[in-house]
Write a protein that binds this ligand. Sequence first.
Ligand SMILES: Nc1ncnc2c1ncn2[C@@H]1O[C@H](COP(=O)(O)OP(=O)(O)OP(=O)(O)O)[C@@H](O)[C@H]1O
Length: 355
Amino acid sequence: MGFVRVRFNNFKNIEPREMRWFPGLNLLTGGNGAGKTNILEGISIISGWGTLGRGEKNSSIPTWESGSSEAQLTGEIDSEEIIKVKVAKRFFIKVDDKTVTASDLRWKIPLLSFLSDDMSIIEGSSASRRRLVDMLLALIVPSYAFRLSEYRRGVRQKALFLKKGLPSMVVDRALLPLAAWLWRMREEGVGLLSQELEKLSELTPARIELSLKRGGAGLCADCEEDYSRSLFCYREREAALKFPIVGPHRDDVAITADGRQASSALSRGLRRRTAIALMLAASDGVKRKTGKSPVLLLDEVTAELDGEGRKILFDSLLSRDSQLFAATAEPFRLEIPCVVHKVEGGRIVESRQNK
Ligand SMILES: Nc1ncnc2c1ncn2[C@@H]1O[C@H](COP(=O)(O)OP(=O)(O)OP(=O)(O)O)[C@@H](O)[C@H]1O
């Protein structure tokens, strides 16, 4: 499963040309600002994930100089279906000329992305750990993305009530089944990640353990009861803070290495390897549950890894049957079987089969 061709039109600094992709590893090399991340972003968009979480608005995607407020992406996947995405204020998506939703697209061509910011998954904010579990679940549970966005809408509504000093019991009642369901799903997701991670011990020399920390809760195992009891405990605090502090929007994933908090127990290089291992574990989990290997996007893949770390990483990447897109700004000398695409000034100037 993967992309055969992608054409970018009016998309950031990318020249409007067709790019040809290959099965296995497609390695994008080139200096800073060459357009590697923009290419990965385009591939993420035509897989139904939108922009790569760089905090940009859709309106900043079209080329600055063109005067047009629309960008277009066209991709052919190996099932010979053609995906067309128009990015204006919203995304308009078609597969073989039929309109589909972003979540239909994610089921058609599952993809997981791993960005340089995600390297902070071990020591950074809880949002990046939730993002990983949410991406995994969105690819294996059909209604997950929809229910998560319903829940988020409810939380925003509750925040408005709290801000105005109004009682939020009605919203709490509506949120309870959604919150409990999300906790159950996330616990299963974290369990699946842990199982797959155990099989990737070459990337994680320490024994890594994961557990879900329910946001503002954890008073008892039963999800419904936990939500109700925790709300009761924190009602006054929520009213004082004017913000909902109980629920899945505040979840975190605790990560330990040999029983110690991973952020302090692991060196920088090992934190990076562990973060990448988590992403690969998510990919293996999707394959186990759906039978499909997700396309993988990895940005700044070699940063901070020493020679041995790089070798272990690429051995692991090349041992899977996914199509991979990895970007690196550093000169790349490893003799590995892949196609190296040299990116300069927003276009691929050379594609060469390595080895
Ligand atoms: N809407 C846009 N229109 C035109 N150019 C844009 C737009 N958005 C970003 N760019 C340009 O894209 C370039 C950044 O590209 P990108 O982030 O893909 O680089 P990169 O090859 O990944 O480099 P690095 O290794 O530094 O991350 C910048 O030069 C920026 O000016």
